[in-house]
Design a protein around this ligand. Structure first.
Ligand SMILES: *[C@@H]1O[C@H](CO)[C@@H](O)[C@H](O)[C@H]1NC(C)=O
Ligand SMILES: *[C@@H]1O[C@H](CO)[C@@H](O)[C@H](O)[C@H]1NC(C)=O
Ligand SMILES: *[C@@H]1O[C@H](CO)[C@@H](O)[C@H](O)[C@H]1NC(C)=O
Ligand SMILES: *[C@@H]1O[C@H](CO)[C@@H](O)[C@H](O)[C@H]1NC(C)=O
Ligand SMILES: *[C@@H]1O[C@H](CO)[C@@H](O)[C@H](O)[C@H]1NC(C)=O
Ligand SMILES: *[C@@H]1O[C@H](CO)[C@@H](O)[C@H](O)[C@H]1NC(C)=O
Ligand SMILES: *[C@@H]1O[C@H](CO)[C@@H](O)[C@H](O)[C@H]1NC(C)=O
Length: 485
C-alpha cells in the first residue's frame, strides 16, 4: 500500500534516505524512482460527459461529499534532512562570461574570492563592466556592493517600480505545481499552462520533479497518476518565454520528489538553454538583504533563480540553490482554511532568523482529503486534491477567513513583512474576479494591479472582458485513474 505521506505530499517518502549534514550527498544512489512496485494500468474507460470543456464545472465539489474525516496531514517535513546555515561561503567564479541575448550583449570580467575572518567569505572582484548594447542603459558595477544604476522605462516584472527593488523585497504569485494543467484530471493544480501563467504575471513556478527511467519528469505523486512531460520540455518552454520577455525575472522552485542527486538536474538545464539565465549567488546562503535588485538581475541576464527543496548542493551545482537556507514555508498542503502562517519548514527555524535572513512562501492551496477506501471499498489511504469547490474563496482578495487577502495580512502581521511568494492552485480563479491573486500581491507591493486576467483569451484586445471559459476538472476521470492505479 502506498504510504499516506506519499499521497499527501507527493514526496516519495519511501525513498527518502538521510542526506548527510553537509548536503554533499555523495553516497547517494542515482537510481531512485517513484515506482513503488504497483502495477500500472490501462487508461480510464470512465465516461466523460464533459469532454467538450464547454462548462465550468468543478466537480471536485462531488469529491467533498465523499471525503471523510481523514486525519489531516501530519506532515511536518521533519523526516527530511536540512542543510544547516552557519556563516556564508562564497562562490568563486573565474573566467569570462559572455552573454548574447537579442540586442543585449555584455561581458563580465573574472572575479576572485578571498576569505575574511568571520567565516563569511566576501567576494572581491575586478570591475565588472556591464555594457548594454542596443538600449540606453550602461552601467558599471564594482564588486557586489555598488549596484549598477538602472534607469529604464521598461517595467521589470510588470512594474517600473520593481526595477530598483531587491528580488527579496517583492511579493509574487507562485503557481503550485505549475506544470500540472492536464485538462479533466483532478490531480491537476492549474487550469492554464505555464505560458499563460507567466504572461498573466505568475513569477514563481513550483512543481514536483520525478526521476524515472533516468529522466526527469513533471509528475504528480506518480507518473501513472499525472505525467505532464519531461522537465526539460518545461524548461524549454520557459527559455522561449524568457527570450521573448527580456525584462522579467522568474523563480523556479523544484520539488526533488525522488530525492535524487542534484547533478541529475544539470543535463536538462544545459540542454534546454536555461543555464545562461540562471543566477549564481555570490554567497551561500544569501541573506534576505543581500539579493540584487531586479534591474541588476536583468542587466546581468541572471533572470532565473532556481531553488530545490531537498538535496541541493551548491558546492557542486552552484545555480541550484538550497531552498530551506533561503526560504521558509508555512504549513504545506493545508486542509485548514484558517491557513495559519506558522513556520513549518525548515523545522526549528527561529522567528528572528526568519525575519532577518529568509524570504518566505505562504502556502495557500486548500486541499480536500479523499479517502480512497470510500471509492475502492478497501484500504484507508487518502489522497489530497485541490479543493476546487472552494477555489474562488481561497484565492479571494478579501479579508474574510480562508481568503488569500486575509492570509497575506495575517502573515505580514506575524512576521513583519508580507510573504515573498503566494503559492496558489488555479491562479486564474478568484474573487471578486479572476486575477484576485495578483491583486493581493500588488497590494503588498504598493502598486496597482490592472492587467487583464487570465489566459490568452482574457488578454486579447478583442475580448477584453472575456474570461477564461473554463476547463472542467472531472472527478470521474481522476477516479478512474486512481482506481486503475
Ligand atoms: C585573480 O586570480 C588570478 C590567478 O590567481 C590572478 O592572476 C588575478 O590577478 C586575480 N585577479 C584579481 C582581480 O585579483
Ligand atoms: C534612448 O534615449 C533617447 C534619448 O534620450 C530616446 O530618444 C530613445 O527613445 C531611447 N531609446 C530607448 C530604446 O529607450
Ligand atoms: C519590502 O521593503 C519594505 C520597506 O522596508 C517593507 O515594508 C516590505 O515589507 C518589504 N516587502 C517584502 C516582501 O519583503
Ligand atoms: C519507465 O520505463 C518503464 C519500462 O520501460 C515504462 O513502463 C514506464 O512507462 C517508463 N516511465 C515513464 C515515466 O516514462
Ligand atoms: C468562481 O467564479 C466564477 C466567476 O469568476 C464562476 O463562473 C464560477 O462558477 C465560480 N466557481 C465556483 C466553484 O464557485
Ligand atoms: C487570521 O488571523 C485571524 C485573527 O488571528 C484569525 O481569526 C483567522 O482565522 C486568520 N486566518 C485567516 C485566513 O483569516
Ligand atoms: C508600502 O507602503 C507602506 C506604507 O507607506 C510602507 O510601509 C511599505 O514599506 C511599502 N512597501 C514597499 C514594498 O515599498
Amino acid at each position: 500500500m502506498l504510504s499516506r505521506s506519499l499521497w499527501l505530499l507527493g514526496l516519495a517518502a519511501f525513498s527518502a534516505r538521510a542526506q548527510d549534514e553537509t548536503g554533499t550527498g555523495t553516497d547517494v544512489s542515482t537510481t531512485a524512482t517513484a515506482s513503488s512496485g504497483r502495477s500500472s494500468s490501462s487508461p480510464s474507460t470512465t465516461t466523460d460527459s464533459d469532454a467538450s470543456y464547454a462548462s465550468l464545472t468543478f466537480t471536485n465539489s462531488d469529491l467533498s461529499t465523499i471525503s471523510t474525516s481523514i486525519p489531516v496531514s501530519d506532515f511536518t517535513g521533519s523526516e527530511f534532512t536540512y542543510i544547516t546555515r552557519s556563516g556564508q561561503v562564497t562562490v568563486t567564479s573565474t573566467g569570462e562570461r559572455v552573454f548574447v541575448s537579442g540586442t543585449r550583449t555584455f561581458t563580465l570580467g573574472s572575479d576572485n574570492a578571498t576569505t575574511s575572518s568571520n567565516s563569511q567569505i566576501t567576494r572581491t572582484s575586478n570591475t565588472d563592466a556591464l555594457t548594454q548594447i542596443g538600449g540606453n542603459r550602461t552601467a558599471t558595477a564594482t564588486g557586489t556592493s555598488s549596484a549598477p544604476a538602472v534607469s529604464n522605462t521598461a517595467a521589470c516584472n510588470n512594474y517600473p517600480e520593481f526595477c530598483n527593488r531587491k528580488y527579496s523585497n517583492i511579493t509574487e504569485v507562485c503557481a503550485h505545481n505549475a506544470a500540472f494543467s492536464i485538462p479533466r484530471n483532478a490531480a491537476s493544480n492549474q487550469e492554464l499552462g505555464i505560458v499563460d501563467q507567466l504572461n498573466d504575471g505568475v513569477r514563481m513556478l513550483q512543481g514536483q520533479v520525478h526521476w524515472v527511467n533516468e529522466t526527469l519528469y513533471n509528475c504528480h505523486t506518480s507518473c501513472d497518476l499525472l505525467n505532464a512531460g519531461t522537465w526539460q520540455s518545461e524548461l524549454e518552454t520557459i527559455v522561449t518565454w524568457l527570450q521573448q520577455n527580456p525584462f522579467e525575472v522568474l523563480t523556479i522552485l523544484v520539488g526533488n520528489s525522488d530525492l535524487t542527486v542534484v547533478e541529475n538536474f544539470v543535463p536538462a538545464i544545459q540542454n534546454s538553454g536555461l543555464s545562461q539565465y540562471l543566477y549564481t549567488p555570490p554567497y551561500i546562503p544569501m541573506h534576505k538583504d543581500q539579493w540584487p535588485t531586479l534591474g541588476e538581475m536583468i542587466l546581468n541576464n541572471d533572470r532565473v533563480v532556481m531553488f530545490m527543496d531537498y538535496w541541493a548542493n551548491q558546492q557542486s551545482v552552484p545555480y541550484i540553490l538550497d531552498e530551506f537556507t533561503h526560504i521558509w514555508e508555512s504549513p504545506f498542503s493545508p486542509q485548514d482554511p484558517a491557513f495559519p502562517c506558522t513556520i513549518q519548514r525548515p523545522p526549528g527555524l527561529a522567528e528572528e532568523d526568519a525575519r532577518e535572513n529568509y524570504m518566505y512562501i505562504a502556502n495557500h492551496n486548500l486541499n480536500v482529503a479523499v479517502e480512497l477506501g470510500a471509492i475502492t471499498g478497501g484500504g484507508d489511504d487518502a489522497i489530497l486534491l485541490p479543493n476546487t469547490a472552494q477555489i474562488n474563496t481561497t484565492n479571494g482578495a478579501g479579508l474574510e477567513m480562508g481568503q488569500l487577502g486575509a492570509m497575506a495580512l495575517n502573515c505580514s502581521n506575524d512576521h513583519g513583512a508580507p510573504p515573498n511568494f503566494l503559492l496558489v492552485d488555479y491562479y486564474n480563479r478568484g474573487d471578486p474576479e479572476p486575477g484576485s491573486v495578483f491583486e493581493v500581491a500588488a497590494r503588498w507591493n504598493n502598486v496597482t494591479y490592472n492587467r487583464p486576467c487570465c489566459g490568452a483569451e482574457a488578454r486579447s484586445p478583442a475580448s477584453a472582458v472575456a474570461r477564461v471559459s473554463g476547463v472542467a476538472v472531472s472527478a470521474a476521470v481522476v477516479f478512474a485513474v486512481v482506481l486503475a492505479w
